[in-house]
Design a protein around this ligand. Structure first.
Ligand code: SF4
Length: 367
């Protein structure tokens, strides 16, 4: 019975048909290699080129003072792992200057929900950065930061977005965590819930802004809830087409208030990549989360449905606070992608190719 259901599901996947939540749930019991092959097959239907892109970017975490103080976060000041800090405008400029000298094109400004920051604080930050670095693409903040700034300044979400856009903000990362209210109430009760996350996404779309979606799993959720998260993402994309990429990553409990949770495994990660690729039939790019999963697991993910490596980050503090530190440079990215049998491409924030890797896969660097 199960065999014939699996066969039917496989045919559906190979024909590029949309699968249901129940079918996605059944994929968790598939053999990993078979699931990975199905993920890769689905990727080839959605994105037939064997290219894998990456971008040179820098996350600038401008403050860790955060009134949400989520249990799953090791980064905020009250977790007592990093001293409270706020970067000055000058410090932000210096970091961007370093990025520009390294050929970088994208900045992700992200911080905690600072109790004293209003919409003006964020708008000035954007305006000043864009004035000084007009060519830098600002893929910055998050839906919870946007809801926070709107609330602090008593304006609507739409008005907050309009002001940020006018100041020069280009796009907003989806920073979705897990869009399951049962889990959010436990791990981030003072952060926005699923409905407000969706509301911010629809507002961004109304203002013509693009975004992405992420998934932080391994926080005590069930497989049904994982699929519930993917369902919210697929629905937002059906209605808007605004999501350029989807990025799943596992939660690292060790240094957080949830250290009793058993960490997710590498097998769990690869399954999530393949299932996301099959279920999210309306998203072109799935990123391999090398920062949290390590480079070798990310390389494997490229053969199971992922087709982007995200950013060669020059700096990152949030994941580092959990005790995980993975560093990579351009040469490593090129080797890793090439050795996965793919063609490395340097891309911009809109996923347009800037440079392609050499014809001979053994030749390092770009043409
Ligand atoms: S996850 Fe974000 S909102 Fe929650 S405590 Fe950390 S910085 Fe604050």
């Amino acid at each position: 019975m199960k065999k014939s259901a699996d066969k039917k599901l496989k045919e559906k996947i190979c024909n590029g048909e949309r699968i249901s939540s129940e079918e996605a749930l059944a994929l968790f019991s598939w053999d990993l290699i078979e699931l990975g092959e199905a993920g890769n097959m689905r990727r080839s239907l959605i994105f037939p080129r064997e290219e894998v892109g990456f971008i040179i970017d820098r996350i600038i975490n401008f403050t860790n003072i955060c009134e949400a103080a989520c249990n799953f976060c090791a980064y905020h000041a009250r977790a007592n792992l990093i001293k409270p800090f706020e970067l000055t405008q000058k410090e932000i400029y210096a970091k961007i200057e370093e990025l520009v000298s390294a050929g970088g094109t994208q900045v992700m400004l992200q911080g905690g929900l600072h109790p004293d920051y209003t919409l003006d604080t964020y708008v000035s930050m954007v305006r000043n950065v864009k004035k000084r670095f007009p060519r830098i693409y600002l893929h910055s903040f998050s839906p919870s930061e946007i809801a926070h700034m709107a609330k602090k300044s008593s304006v609507s979400i739409d008005e907050a977005i309009l002001n940020l856009k006018k100041a020069g903000l280009n796009s907003v990362p989806g920073a979705s965590d897990l869009l399951v209210d049962r889990i959010r109430k436990k791990v981030s009760p003072r952060k926005i819930g699923k409905d407000l996350w969706c509301e911010v996404m629809y507002a961004l779309h109304r203002h013509g802004m693009k975004s992405s979606a992420t998934m932080t799993y391994g926080m005590g959720e069930t497989d049904e809830e994982k699929i519930g998260h993917l369902n919210v993402v697929r629905d937002v994309q059906d209605k808007t087409g605004m999501l350029r990429a989807f990025i799943p990553w596992s939660f690292s409990p060790a240094r957080t208030g949830l250290k009793y949770i058993e960490p997710a495994t590498g097998i769990d990660y690869l399954k999530i990549v393949a299932i996301s690729r099959i279920f999210l039939d309306n998203i072109i790019y799935i990123q391999a989360g090398w920062l949290t999963e390590g480079l070798k697991l990310a390389q494997l993910a490229l053969t199971m449905g992922a087709n982007d490596m995200g950013g060669v980050l020059m700096e990152e503090t949030v994941v580092k606070a959990t005790g995980i530190e993975t560093k990579a440079g351009i040469e490593e990215f090129i080797d890793l992608i090439t050795n996965a049998g793919k063609k490395p491409v340097l891309r911009d924030s809109e996923y347009k190719v800037i440079k392609k890797g050499g014809k001979d896969s053994r030749v390092r660097g770009f043409k």
